[in-house]
Structures are given as C-alpha cells and as structure tokens.
Design a protein around this ligand. Structure first.
Ligand SMILES: [Zn+2]
Length: 408
C-alpha cells in the first residue's frame, strides 16, 4: 500500500510535469501591445517572447497599418491607448501557413518613420517598435510603397498562377473519376467574418460545417472533396477561385453565415453570381463578403479584364444556369429537412468568390450570426450535421442530373 506521503509526492510530480510541459504551441507569443505619444510621433511597442523577423506597411481605402510576423499566439487582452493614436479597430490572426498578421484600422493617414526590433534587455522582453506620425494625402501616397522589415511572407506558400480556362462545353463533363466537390469555408485567420453572441465567430462555424460536409460526402464513397481551407487560415478571395480551378473542381460550395442589424431575421439563403444583384440586400451582402481581403489588410485586386473574352463568357452563362439549378435543388433539400429559409431564399449578386467561369458555384448563407437563437444553433454539431446532410442531398441530386444528361 502506498503511504500518504508517497501519494503526495506523486501528486506533486504530476503537477510539476503539467506545468513543465511547454504549453506553447506557437513559436512566437505576443505578450503586450501599447502606444506611447511623443510631440513628433506615436510609438507602437509590441512585446514578444523571442526575436522575430517582421514586415510592416500602410495601405489606404480605408487607412490601415499592417504588421506581418511569423505565426504567433496573441496573449494580450487589450491594446493600450489605441484611440488617441487614431486606431479604430485591431484584428489579428493567421494570414497563411507560418505567417500571422495584425491589422490596425486608422481614422487618418499616417506614415511609418522607423520600424525595428530590440533584443531582450534589463528585464524587458524582445520588442517590435514602430514609430509613426500623421501625414497628409501626398505623404500617405509616398508612405504606401514603403515596406519596412525583412520578413519574406511568400516563401514557398504562394499559389501558382491561375490555370488556363477549360474549353467551354455545353454540358458539364464528368470523367471516370468521382466528381470533385470544392468546399469553401468563408473567412478565416485575420478575418473573423460575422461575429455572433458569446464570441461565436462565423469563420469557426463555417469551417466546422465544411469539415462535417466533407466527412459526409467522403463517407458516401461517391465524391472526391477538397477544401479551400482546413484550418483557421486566411485565404484571399481570388485564391479560393484559383484553387478550385487548379484542381478542376466539378462543383464549388462556399459556406457562410450572415449578419444583419435586425437581429430577428433568421433562415438560410442561396446565392449565385450575377453582375446585377437580385435586390439591395443581396448587393449589400456581396459587398460585405467581398470585403474579406480588405479586412485582412490586402489591397483589392484590379480584375483582369483580359480573361473576359467571349468564349469564357459563353461558358460562364452555361455555368450560371447550372449554378442556379444547383441552388434551387439545395433550397428544396433544406425545405425537405425542415431547415428555416429566408423568405426569398434564391438570390444573386456579384460575389468575388463565385467567379470561376467553368465551375458551377453557389454561396450558402447558412443562417444569421446576428440572431442569438440561430447563432447558437449554428454553433452546435447536431445542427451542423443537419445542414451538411441537406447540402449533401442537394449535391447528390445535382450530380444525378449531370450523369443523366451525359447519358442522353
Ligand atoms: Zn461570410
């Protein structure tokens, strides 16, 4: 029999081990973020737990200051004294594998005067220091082209250029391979998407739903499945489309959860691409969803008009019909599963993420994060299983028709 003192010793050992196991899962930890004010400048100081490379720059429309660092864990509760520094909001999160980003929204133009790191000294941790000051529009224009720091964020993580468009065909052709469904969970990383009650973030809910749909599709043995993101990483909108095309996806399903000021509104809705929006609300939604790159501190890309040649346009028109057909099927399956729908659930607008000219694409707003009841439901695995089940039924029905058309 073990003596009480031995038990105590064992308990103490276990406790020690628990505390000795490194709890850090990230290489870098941000421990404090604060601003200091001087007559000629504002100084931003970020406390780190080890030396790190960084890069920082400003961008406009709206004014933002961006800081990229190796993947970090954010261990500071508040950003001190941000208001007086012209900062209206702070976001942070993964930008791409190995790289995290902090975005400060600014209410005025600034220029960065210097940016440097300080090693640990005199009891202070390693620090990243950025000195900046207010400037005018001309000063900002100059400051905008100036990237400080030496962190290379493109090392081996960049997606290759978009593949050439496939030859348009009058009906979708399936090869002998199982159809490839591309699931696109919205937002991620530095872009949380809609924020619901109790800190429920759209980016987490839609990722969990995407993974559930992937599981259900794969278990059926009927499909190949790829996802534009598998974790909490930010993916640029155009790269989601490029990813789907690079892999020759047969169907693209973008998953989101909406937010409205009117918190009574609830229900799912289904969107396809169109130059003109079906109504003002759909147009506003598309504008919100298209802002993802902006939120992540990325300059909006100018669309490449060269790809808009007539062949692609023809292909797109056919793709559009298939997308609409798929959206209609999904609405039927949601109804059949007694999932709540918005009154006019079938809508269209100009969504950047639905622009693959050759892949039928639908964006599903699975419900409203602004509605407490619905956000809570979306946060539960059981409800997500039901939604994923309805999406799967829709995907089954869609490909059944595609196969029938091929035979005829
Ligand atoms: Zn969204």
């Amino acid at each position: 029999m073990k003596s009480p003192s031995l038990l105590k010793l064992i308990a103490a050992l276990i406790l020690c081990t628990v505390f000795l196991i490194p709890t850090k899962t990230h290489a870098l930890t941000i421990k404090d973020v604060r601003f200091g004010h001087y007559p000629d400048k504002t100084r931003l100081v970020i406390d780190l737990d080890e030396d790190a490379k960084f890069r920082t720059f400003v961008i406009g429309d709206p004014y933002r200051m961006v800081i990229d660092l190796p993947s970090f864990a954010w261990k500071t509760a508040t950003v001190k004294d941000q208001q007086a520094s012209g900062i209206t909001a702070v976001r942070h999160g993964n930008l791409k594998p190995g790289i995290s980003r902090i975005v400060f929204d600014l209410n005025r133009p600034i220029s960065i005067h210097s940016a440097f790191t300080l090693p640990a000294s005199q009891g202070k941790p390693p620090r990243l220091v950025i000195d900046f000051a207010n400037t005018n529009t001309a000063g900002f224009a100059m400051a905008q082209n100036d990237i400080r720091g030496t962190l290379d964020i493109n090392k081996g993580t960049e997606l290759s250029a978009a593949p050439p468009p496939r030859t348009p065909s009058t009906k979708p052709q399936l090869t002998d391979k199982k159809p490839l469904v591309i699931i696109d969970p919205g937002h991620g990383g530095v872009d949380p998407g809609a924020i619901g009650p109790n800190g429920i973030h759209e980016k987490n809910v839609v990722l969990a739903l995407g993974l559930e749909l992937k599981k259900q599709l794969e278990e059926s043995g009927q499909y190949r499945v790829k996802m534009t993101r598998y974790d909490d990483t930010f993916i640029q909108l155009s790269n989601r489309v490029k990813y789907a095309r690079k892999h020759n996806g047969d169907l693209f399903v973008s998953i989101h959860a909406d937010s409205l000021r009117d918190n009574k509104v609830s229900g799912a809705s289904f969107y396809t691409l169109s130059e003109k929006a079906s109504d003002a609300q759909a147009a506003k939604l598309a504008a919100r969803e298209n802002k993802a790159d902006l939120i992540a501190g990325i300059e909006l890309e100018v669309e490449d008009e060269a790809v808009m040649d007539i062949l692609i346009d023809l292909a797109r028109r056919n793709t559009q019909n298939q997308s609409k057909y798929f959206a209609n099927i999904l609405i039927g399956k949601f109804k059949g599963n007694k999932l709540k729908l918005l009154r006019s659930a079938n809508r269209h607008a100009n969504f950047a993420v639905l622009k693959a000219p050759d892949i039928p694409s639908v964006l599903v707003e699975t419900g409203f994060m602004s509605n407490v009841e619905e956000a809570t439901k979306l946060n539960s695995p059981a409800h997500r299983q039901r939604i994923a089940g309805s999406l799967k039924k829709g995907i089954d029905a869609y490909f059944k028709t595609v196969k029938e058309n091929e035979r005829s």
